[in-house]
Design a protein around this ligand. Structure first.
Ligand code: FUB
Length: 342
């Protein structure tokens, strides 16, 4: 039939968009999947739980007004998916005001840690942590956000030596542009630094303390470079960091992967240290249906998978559904770009 392109890489036929993968669950809307395999060998997905709040859409993401988390789990990719009961409700997070955004989780010495961003009562994004003896919760939140945390989209990466690092940050609604000197500037811009010829706002990293509840150091910038070794620039919208950091290690190489936000790509950069610098290498995922794109990359029984989301079930940008698809590396360590449409 006739083929029309309604946006960058959306392939539409008369039957509608032809999606590459099917949603994992349809009982609830889910987004921003952080996929882990813990010691029991089961697959756990820590995701945002999208809801219809009725709040109008704006560039700050106010329509993403989520209030709790529910963990998904499965024995194998393609197997039945369990939607677990509420793992953490905003009503049980003393410091949080609104917007429970993209979470991640970690495991250490018998305790599971759920890391999550939310706006505090002053409407400033912070990152909280909650603990449980079960991978699916219920989790008990610490009374305060992680000291020294700010902005959103935490990713807690466990290095092969057992050290954990948190990567975090996101611009525009994620407020990272207001933290350029380590203190909150309420008069900072609402989007980016508006300096297209200057280095872009860079994501942040902090090593986690042994107790996994605190930073062991003041957060610092993670430098993202182009192929010539120069920082990616603020005006380089197709490559500069926007949100959704996810780090993994393959062999001796650290992959820093992230969303470019307003250009809707998931891209990656590589380096030889968890602190970077990371050099831009290319795209992981072309634009999905919906404005946001947010992902994780996980090795499961020797096969790598991309977890991602789109809006196949709702057609609405704030009501998303998570998906998984195999990810392939080339012999030189580069990633084969995935098209979310057939
Ligand atoms: O789900 C809310 C926000 O939208 C996330 O924190 C961002 O990464 C984007 O997916």
């Amino acid at each position: 039939g006739a083929v029309a392109c309604s946006q960058a890489s959306t392939i539409e036929t008369e039957a509608g968009p032809q999606f590459r993968d099917e949603p994992l669950v349809s009982e609830i809307y889910t987004a921003d999947p952080s996929t882990h395999v813990w010691e029991d060998g089961r697959i756990y997905i820590y995701a945002s739980h999208d809801i219809e709040s009725g709040i109008p859409e704006d560039d700050l993401g106010s329509h993403f007004a989520m209030r709790d988390y529910q963990v998904l789990s499965m024995d194998r990719v393609g197997g039945p998916v369990t939607v677990h009961p509420v793992a953490l409700d905003i009503a049980n997070v003393p410091w949080a005001g609104r917007q429970m955004w993209a979470p991640d989780a970690a495991y250490k010495d018998g305790t599971y840690y759920l890391y999550f961003p939310a706006k505090d009562k002053e409407d400033i994004f912070r990152i909280g942590v909650a603990t449980s003896t079960s991978p699916v919760g219920p989790f008990t939140a610490q009374p305060q956000p992680i000291q020294g945390s700010y902005s959103m989209d935490p990713n807690v990466f466990r290095d092969s030596d057992g050290t954990h690092y948190m990567y975090f940050g996101g611009i525009w609604g994620g407020q990272l542009q207001r933290w350029q000197n380590g203190v909150y500037d309420p008069n900072g811009t609402v989007d980016d630094l508006r300096q297209p010829d200057q280095p872009a706002i860079m994501p942040r990293i902090a090593r986690m303390a042994d107790n996994m509840l605190e930073f062991a150091e003041t957060p610092r910038e993670v430098m993202l470079l182009d192929e010539e070794g120069n920082p990616l620039l603020g005006g380089d919208n197709a490559r500069r960091f926007f949100e959704g950091a996810w780090v993994f290690k393959r062999g001796d190489t650290y992959y820093f992967t992230y969303s470019t936000g307003d250009t809707h790509y998931i891209v990656y950069a590589t380096g030889t240290s968890p602190y970077g610098p990371f050099t831009y290498r290319g795209r992981v995922l072309e634009p999905v249906q919906g404005w946001t794109s947010h992902h994780s990359i996980t090795e499961i029984n020797g096969q790598w998978y991309l977890s991602y989301h789109d809006t196949q079930l709702s057609g609405k940008t704030h009501l998303r559904n998570v998906k998984m698809t195999p990810l392939t590396f080339n012999e030189d360590g580069t990633i084969q770009t995935i098209n979310p449409f057939k």
